[in-house]
Design a protein around this ligand. Sequence first.
Ligand code: CMP
Length: 139
Amino acid sequence: MAGNLTFTMIKPDAVEKNAIGPILKIINEAGFRINAMKYTRLSAGQAGRFYEIHKGRPFYEALVEFMSSGPIVAVLLEKDNAVEDFRKLIGATNPENADTGTIRNLFATNVQMNAVHGSDSDENALIESSFFFSEMERF
Ligand code: CMP
């Protein structure tokens, strides 16, 4: 089961661009099923905890500020090979390097405001999803 889950956030820049619907459509059409979903806003403290792994890197403070600057959509997704397939679907972290047609190619602003997050491992998908969702919010 663990290999079939990945976690994403539609970030404040993409929400601001009114891209929630178009992004979810691409995700659904790529074969991912929504297991849990929440429209919410992170405090700076919560964003700092979510991205704690990046603490100390030069972009960390600005990332925390950006991720708490407006609402986000948190989504737990299910599919065979979910982590790897989702990372292909969203493209490289820096949209300048993202393949044509990927979500970041279509919707990102820059390397920080890159429209969506995607888990980088099965282990982190579980950690990130339990940050947002309780057992009774998952279907
Ligand atoms: P994400 O996949 O959510 O994981 C960490 C985030 O940090 C990344 O997307 C970007 O939003 C941000 N990030 C990563 N590298 C850089 C960078 N070099 N400069 C600014 N922001 C970055």
